[in-house]
Design a protein around this ligand. Structure first.
Ligand SMILES: Cc1cc2nc3c(=O)[nH]c(=O)nc-3n(C[C@H](O)[C@H](O)[C@H](O)COP(=O)(O)OP(=O)(O)OC[C@H]3O[C@@H](n4cnc5c(N)ncnc54)[C@H](O)[C@@H]3O)c2cc1C
Length: 269
């Protein structure tokens, strides 16, 4: 049951939309619907981890997004995973974590906007730079992530529904039953409690212990050079990247056949 991961670049494009609706999925996690005035021509998202950049206005007015003469946004952006979209109807849904303020009193930019900006507040999106598309069905998969990766994990689990074996390790304080994760038979879910002082530390430990084990059985007989037919996704705080790469090396999986990424970086205290 081999699989492939292929990368498809997309042309750069900015789009103006408005905050059209918000739904609290669980306290601290908000789904926002962003609506354009017309269709989102050329917008697509075939890959489970597809993400775009979001420019939101500054609090407290949340009234406008700063742009240059060319109409390109000039302020800070945040990268968020595409949860769902309808290009013809002109909307995109994103699930945004709302963090408590850190020790320096910084609650972030997009979290407060997603939680509190008035409906109608403007937003500018930069289209995904590209897409990583998984086709086929791996014999097994390992998914490791924190709450920021839940939207991508949700989409990957749907794409991997035919895989007979899978392990999902999730570091989150949210009740997994409320996260709409498709966990079919043969899929093991391990939930780890986050340690705010050491984000992703439980995931780092899980990755190290997996690296000491044999990979799940299964290989593509036609392509023995590709290593085990196991798809690995590991995305969370930046500290997961090195142990994720070590796991790939230990299991003989080429890095381009996996997804390992820092979704955010803890600020130095
Ligand atoms: C490819 C990719 C996809 C992503 N997809 C999503 C997504 O779908 N949903 C989503 O919510 N985020 C996602 N992220 C993370 C996102 O880019 C931002 O980091 C996040 O939205 C926080 O932005 P902010 O403006 O609210 O806070 P920031 O200004 O970035 O940070 C404010 C404070 O919160 C802390 N903080 C930031 N993120 C976290 C966290 N995850 N856990 C604990 N503390 C944190 C910071 O250290 C800081 O102290 C993704 C990142 C990448 C690279």
């Amino acid at each position: 049951m081999p699989f492939d991961l292929t990368r498809h670049p997309f042309p750069p494009r900015f789009r103006s939309l408005r905050l059209a609706a918000r739904t609290e999925l669980v306290p601290g996690f908000v789904r926002v619907r962003l609506q354009a005035d017309g269709p989102l021509d050329g917008f697509t998202s075939p890959g489970a981890g597809d993400h775009l950049r979001v420019f939101v206005p500054e609090a407290p007015a949340w009234a406008s997004v700063a742009v240059d003469e060319a109409g390109h946004p000039t302020g800070e952006s945040r990268t968020e995973t595409i949860v769902a979209f309808d290009a013809e109807a002109g909307w995109v849904d994103l699930d945004i974590l709302v963090h408590p303020a850190d020790d320096a009193g910084d609650a972030g930019r997009i979290g407060p906007w997603a939680a509190s900006a008035p409906l109608g507040s403007p937003v500018v999106l930069a289209d995904p730079k590209g897409s990583v598309v998984l086709t086929g069905t791996p014999a097994a998969f390992v998914i490791v992530g924190d709450a920021s990766a839940i939207p991508a994990i949700r989409r990957y689990l749907r794409m991997l529904a035919a895989s007979p074996r899978g392990l999902v390790v999730l570091e989150t304080a949210f009740d997994p039953a409320s996260l709409d994760l498709d966990l079919g038979p043969g899929i093991e879910l391990r939930v780890q409690a986050p340690d705010p002082a050491h984000p992703s530390s439980s995931l780092v430990a899980e990755l190290a212990s997996l690296a000491a084990e044999q990979p799940p059985a299964g290989a593509d007989p036609a392509r023995p050079d590709l290593g085990p037919d196991v798809f690995v996704f590991a995305c969370a705080e930046q500290s997961v990247v090195a142990p994720a790469r070590a796991l790939l090396a230990a299991w003989g999986i080429a890095p381009e056949r996996a997804v390992a990424k820092g979704y955010w970086k803890r600020r130095a205290a």
